[in-house]
Design a binder for this molecule. Structure first.
Ligand code: COA
Length: 319
């Protein structure tokens, strides 16, 4: 047994940061950002905390699934940085939505949602759970270097959740990691020990953009190929691809390399930028709620990110 997706929900901060406003902060312009990334705007937390957004996404997904918090057997939150080091973000969500089940966090950067699905699949396989909530949320504006034009234009805040129930709709799943702190790295930033001898670094994102670009295009192409093969399907059987929304050019390149028509790739990067772990489930929720997905559709999801990690899977949409 694997699982079926019973419902999805997202939470996006209210404030919209446009390319034009960014152009007043760093030496960039709308045309460069649109043509190099496809991003037109992103949402940024001003008043919202990550816990508030997680709770909103969780409640939206529970409502969409017709499941109550009391029915949950497990909560997995994928995030790079929750509200606190402890309690985990998963425990904060459990407290706020009124659930009583075990809860924990997983950090696989932008691949976090697919990693969480894989972990959940193991719990269903072992018959330890009947209902699982996954919440994938990051607050990247908090660790963005707002003076670095090569990275600050790429990211946004927000995330989404999915409620899983018993079923057989996960057809394949594949996760990878290659330990690498040269391509993408975000240091912790603080160390309160008076004994520690290393210099403190700012807790902001460092990225070698071109290296990540090469990794990302290969990861998306190979990840989808592998997940489709493992599902015993052909690429033409995929009705919808939900790719990580990092850069429209990465999605276009993957589409060219694969035997899946470009119009089957769901894209919302123009409105959100790269929201890290929130990216794939936000797109899944948009596709769910906008009627793009039909019962029985075969969906491929694929993500890549810091770590370096990748995650890809094929699921049957049964909602
Ligand atoms: N506005 C204007 N110019 C910019 C700019 C900005 N925001 N950012 C960089 N530039 C300039 C560079 O300084 C460079 O100028 P130069 O030629 O005078 O040196 C020029 O634009 C080209 O830079 P380059 O880095 O080669 O651009 P690119 O087309 O490779 O695009 C990224 C850069 C970051 C958009 C691209 O590499 C990328 O998307 N990488 C993957 C990032 C990613 O997905 N990260 C998250 C992974 S989860």
């Amino acid at each position: 047994m694997s699982f079926t997706i019973l419902g999805t929900g997202r939470a996006i901060p209210e404030y919209v940061l446009t390319n034009d406003e960014l152009s007043t902060m760093v030496d960039t312009n709308d045309e460069w950002i649109r043509t190099r990334t496809g991003i037109e705007e992103r949402h940024i937390c001003k008043k919202e905390t990550i816990t508030e957004l997680c709770v909103e996404a969780a409640n939206n997904a529970l409502e969409n699934a017709g499941v109550t918090a009391a029915e949950l057997d497990l909560i997995i939150c994928s995030t790079m940085r929750g509200e606190n080091l402890t309690p985990s973000q998963g425990c904060m969500i459990q407290k706020e939505i009124g659930a009583t089940c075990p809860a924990f966090d997983v950090n696989a950067a932008c691949s976090g949602f697919v990693y969480a699905l894989d972990i959940a699949a193991g719990y269903f396989e072992r018959k330890r759970v009947k209902k699982v909530l996954i919440v994938s949320m990051d607050n990247l504006s908090n660790i963005t270097n707002w003076t670095d034009r090569s990275t600050c234009v790429l990211f946004g805040d927000g995330g989404a959740a999915a409620v899983l129930g018993e079923g057989n709709d996960l057809l394949s799943i594949h996760i990878t990691a290659v330990g690498n702190d040269a391509a993408i790295r975000i240091p912790h930033g603080t160390n309160s020990s008076p004994f520690y001898e290393h210099e403190e670094e700012r807790a902001v994102l460092y990225m070698a953009g071109n290296d990540v670009y090469r990794f990302a295009t290969a990861a998306m192409t190979n990840g989808i190929k592998k997940a489709v093969e493992d599902a015993g399907l052909e690429q033409k059987d995929i009705d919808c691809v939900i790719p990580h929304q990092a850069n429209i050019r990465i999605i276009n390149t993957a589409a060219k390399n694969l035997d899946i028509p470009r119009d089957r790739f769901f894209c919302d990067v123009q409105h959100y930028g790269n929201t890290s772990s929130g990216s794939v489930p936000i797109a899944l929720d948009e596709a769910n709620r906008s009627g793009v997905l039909n019962k029985g559709d075969i969906i491929a999801m694929c993500a890549f990110g810091g770590g370096l990690t990748t995650g890809s899977c094929v699921i049957r949409w049964n909602k």
